[in-house]
Design a protein around this ligand. Structure first.
Ligand SMILES: [Zn+2]
Length: 251
């Protein structure tokens, strides 16, 4: 039964991942997700069998059959990573309400991660409805409506303050409005404690990547992508991490 459930989640995850690749490639062009997919380089329409999740990538050897331009890496990464993350959530939360809430959040996170890293977009059309979803779930989950509302508002306030201070000190736009709405989405979904951990972890991840990577030169840091990684770590291990940390101090 366990294997059957994991298999079901894997297949659903691959399909959702495939839909996500469509959104990630079509959204920046403002096209419908089922608008004919074309090669970015030579405009040749990609054949339906080449668009199949995972299999299509290998059948076309990961590149355009006309001009040979390689497909962008998310085309193969997303249909792999989506089922994997959903299975991890299932192992931790089983088929609970939290599993479904966090699955939605993770799927939104995958979209935001790749849209932000590829095109520096964190679409309101993802973050704002997810805030509404979090509020609806809060009527049924342990967090409760008021804690959800307070978590969201407080975290957004902190982040807004950080953004303003960053701007005053560096005279540069470090955090966009998209980042703040993303933090709101996480604040409303996870509550204050886990969101605070997410902000902390994303700063650490951001600093490490910033120190070692090419983002240093461009200064256009896809901070939203770091926030998404930190969000997933917080979902999976946040409470344990916080308890461990408090334990060190004997609290
Ligand atoms: Zn081509």
């Amino acid at each position: 039964m366990w294997i059957l459930r994991i298999g079901l989640i894997a297949i659903t995850g691959i399909f959702i991942g495939w839909l996500c690749t469509k959104i990630i490639s079509q959204f920046p062009k403002r096209q419908h997700i089922f608008h004919s997919t074309k090669c970015n380089n030579c405009d040749t329409p990609i054949k339906p069998f080449q668009q199949l999740p995972i299999i299509g990538y290998f059948l076309s050897h990961g590149k355009c059959s006309t001009c040979g331009r390689k497909y962008r890496s998310f085309v193969i990464i997303v249909p792999f990573i989506t089922p994997l993350l959903l299975i991890l959530l299932f192992v931790k939360f089983h088929f609970s309400l939290l599993f479904f809430q966090y699955s939605l959040l993770t799927i939104a996170g995958i979209l935001i991660f790749f849209l932000d890293i590829n095109d520096r977009i964190i679409p309101d059309i993802i973050t704002l409805p997810m805030i509404l979803v979090a509020l609806i779930f809060s009527f049924f989950n342990d967090l409760g409506f008021w804690a959800t509302l307070q978590g969201g508002a407080f975290c957004a306030g902190i982040f807004l303050l950080i953004a303003i201070i960053f701007r005053l000190i560096t005279k540069r736009e470090g955090l966009g409005g998209g980042d703040i709405k993303l933090i709101c989405m996480i604040g409303f979904s996870l509550g204050f404690k886990l969101t605070f951990l997410t902000i902390f972890l994303s700063s650490v991840i951001g600093m490490i990547i910033y120190a070692f990577s090419k983002f240093r030169r461009t200064m256009l840091i896809p901070f939203g992508s770091f926030i998404v990684i930190a969000m997933f770590v917080s979902i999976m291990t946040g409470n344990e991490l916080i308890n461990w940390y408090l334990g060190i101090w004997g609290i």
